[in-house]
Design a protein around this ligand. Sequence first.
Ligand code: N01
Length: 486
Amino acid sequence: MSTQTSNSPSIAIIGAGMSGMLMAIKLIRAGKTNFTLFEKAKKIGGVWRENRYPGVACDVASFSYCYAFEPKSDWTRRFSGGAEIQAYFEHVAKKYNLEKYLKAETLVTDATFTDGEWVVTTDKGDTQRFTLLVDATGPLNNKIYPKIDGIDSFDGKMVHTADWDDNYDYAGKRVGIIGSGSSGVQATWPIAQKASHLTTFIRTPQWIMPTPNPHYSEFQKMLKRQFPFLGWITRKFYDWIGEQFGRAALNDGWRRKGVAKWCESNLNSIKDEALREKLRPDHQAMCKRMIVSENYYDAMQQDNVHVERNDITGIEKNGVRTADGQLHELDMIVLATGFHPNTWGVESIHGPNGVSLDSVWNKGEEKSRNYHSIGVPGLPNFFVLIGPNSPITNLSLIDIADIGVDYVLKCLEKFDNGEISTMAPKASAATAFGESLMTSFDDTIWVTGCSSWYFDGSTVPQTWPWAPSHFRETLKEPRWDDYEIT
Ligand code: N01
């Protein structure tokens, strides 16, 4: 067992994606380098390393989806593709020399709070002690492989969107995409351009917001390079736009009506009435995760694309069988079937007195499972970035992570000063938060009648039912009275 030797509190960060990197970099910038960044994969990047399917992009504007202290002036498009975002994070990781703190290809298998510290065990058999544990594994890292009869019998190529095989060339092949969430929709256009035939298996059609994604010209990039405040203004502008969409989800009003009309008129752009009706959602826009695309419906109207709405009854050697008895013969099946949310990466996180993440989060009473999205009652010195009930639907994830990281840094100051040695949210504080959640969703779009991963087995969505400013305010300062402190 190796033990941290420095007197300053040591920190284990699990996950070197956008949020874990942000935690690490803000620690470095604050001159606190007594931390280890654990990463199961070879490289940093998280979702942007894993999601390399054709068309993968971020639907938060490029100028907003980057660290505020590391702006980039030469984004190529309004919404960047995954590869460009991954390159940005790799550049930033290099700049801050994150390699020095990174334990790559190291899976944290267990974290147990013992004698006032977290004992972190990895798949390499190492054990290390830390004062604080920061879970930065992200809400969507646990891929869903659907339970479809005969799925293992398929003879062709099968990939999940978050596990793309860069070496497989689907040009000229018969491809099927199962799933029509953000990933399935993004993959549709590029695959439709190269495949000989594309079948999209759609269980629940979604509303699509038609958002153009123009390239920035060399002149625009030059201007932003010369005058960095232009990049700052652009970021503020897109932050404001994002906030307006976020508000549309919270209350019925002109914003929500506007989004609904915009999506409806996009659907009406489909010329063929039968196809239009096949793609008409039966829920309100934004009830499921809003999807933006400038070319999805164009792809759907191509001759080589077929929209299949019959249920899938099985997968066979040669393709997918649907409820009408038809076998759709395929060379490749793309599983755009999403993720089990909020599994928090580590199976085994144990606090004192028999409390574990599983006992509180999975098996505990729904109304007292988490505290302000960042903590879990009974688990001392444990923080989650972008945890359940954070405003994932109405604030950019990079801002949510930033707010969470600043919160951890504020707590860290108390440890640094020797004022406290442990802090865990009180059960009563988590319950008060849970109860206020349960009474605050009534007006929101997420409870208007649709199924989505926001629920994940809960009776209320695991989102933030208030404005982003309320989240900022809630996590601005730790509320020490809400914590058991030693
Ligand atoms: O996953 P999803 P995703 N048979 O859960 C269908 C973020 N993201 O990977 O709706 C048939 O949204 C399922 O059908 P239904 C973003 O937060 C962001 O696309 O349950 N179909 C659904 O259509 C997003 O919300 C970006 O009826 C099956 C689809 O699979 C989140 O990631 C890009 C099925 C799953 O959709 C997840 O998006 C990509 C089955 N057995 C992702 N099982 C951007 O920033 C599931 N489905 C743009």
